[in-house]
Design a protein around this ligand. Sequence first.
Ligand SMILES: Cc1cc2nc3c(=O)[nH]c(=O)nc-3n(C[C@H](O)[C@H](O)[C@H](O)COP(=O)(O)OP(=O)(O)OC[C@H]3O[C@@H](n4cnc5c(N)ncnc54)[C@H](O)[C@@H]3O)c2cc1C
Length: 457
Amino acid sequence: MIDSKHIKYFEKLLPKDFVFSESGDCWAYGYDNSKMHVIPDCVLFADNKEQIKNIISYCYKNNLPITARGRGTGNTGGSVPTDNSIVLSLEKMNQIIEINTKDKLSIVQPGVINKDLQTELQKENFFWGPDPSSQEYSTIGGNIANNSAGPRAIKYGTPRDNILGLEFISGTGEIYKTGVKTSKGVVGLDLTRLFTGSEGILGIMTEATLKITPLNNAIRTIEITFNNITDASETIIKLMTQPDVPYKLEFIDSEAIILINKIKKNHYSDEAKYAVLLEIDGDIDYIEFAQQKIIKVIKSNKYNSISVASNKKEIENLWSARKSLSPALREIGKYKINEDIAVPISNLAKLLKGLEDISKKYTIKMVNFGHAGNGNIHVNLLFDTVKEKESEKSKKCLNDIFDLVLNLDGTISGEHGIGIIKKEYIVKEIDKKTLDLMKNIKKQFDPKNILNPNKSI
Ligand SMILES: Cc1cc2nc3c(=O)[nH]c(=O)nc-3n(C[C@H](O)[C@H](O)[C@H](O)COP(=O)(O)OP(=O)(O)OC[C@H]3O[C@@H](n4cnc5c(N)ncnc54)[C@H](O)[C@@H]3O)c2cc1C
């Protein structure tokens, strides 16, 4: 419980309405998309870095744990305050400070919503690579802290590939600046990329210098179906290892196809067991040529059908099948565990086969789809009741899935991070010695362990 004297201090320090301490007001700042909910004792807002510096310095002096929060869309409890402590909401730090197209960079505060930045950049014919599906709600700060990315990552990368520098405040209340404003730079250790993906445990980000990219003016969407997983994965490998890499490449497994066909009235034929939906981008003057090249690559392997969409209506129709999947999952299971594992793409077929075996072994329904160009598959375990979801059987099933993924040289999280939800599994992937090194690094940034304690490592 946060002592009332601390709340009084914050009320003096910050403008009116920048401190919530009534549980009704704090309620909405205690959960994220993991469905965990711990009501914080106090929620603080800040609209400049000096306020944040003063907040953290005070927390450091008084040993008060504090959790940064963007918009609480994370999937792993990263912004949930495990110990009813203080939540620091960055939502008022929402200024786009600079868009500099000559140097291909943009400087933003952490609370800027991803989509708002993309809208401003689009006016200049630019974009920022990372496009998580939550981009209409999630913040750049949350995207960087979780290294979150979406379908475009296969060509345009994750935040780690699209960040030049950062400003952050450490667990002692000191302000640090990292990185460069140039597209090259090798001076000192790369703290920018260490911070990116660190889930709020190393510091509070107050500013980010992002690498931005010119927009292409034409796209083509192609849907391919296959009779078996070997053909599908061979084609994915071929597509990803030639120069004209698609900028989106989504995979849909046989269970997902059955589900889509129920909702979208036989979108796929009976022979279609697996599908790949890809998009290429390029200049209007040579997109036709790029499309022909991609189709040649696809036809060099076995496939079942190919559909090409070039106008808005056709493109929307192809994507609507993929987009119908998440809501459709509720049709076959009210409760789900959604994992975001990734494997090297050469192991995709083995992964899918292994998942099928695990699903049969535990008689747990599984639907798999996702960003196959990165080998990043969303594995959805579906249950009729919450009791089944939380049962020993489902835990064992999850354990087997992680073992399978790690045996295939993969990772237990391709994009959602560890937070609280996956913390018990991190030792499966990272050995003790390396984990201890990481913990010692955290101590340098946050000696009293006040920043988002009990999360990630
Ligand atoms: C419908 C939906 C779709 C999604 N799709 C995707 C997807 O396609 N790809 C994907 O990767 N994820 C996806 N996610 C997960 C989530 O949206 C991302 O993790 C997102 O980046 C979180 O942003 P946020 O602003 O909501 O951050 P929050 O959830 O508030 O916080 C996430 C983490 O960042 C830390 N943090 C936030 N701001 C700061 C800061 N300024 N300084 C330091 N630490 C900070 C928090 O402490 C926390 O650990 C999805 C979620 C939903 C609900």
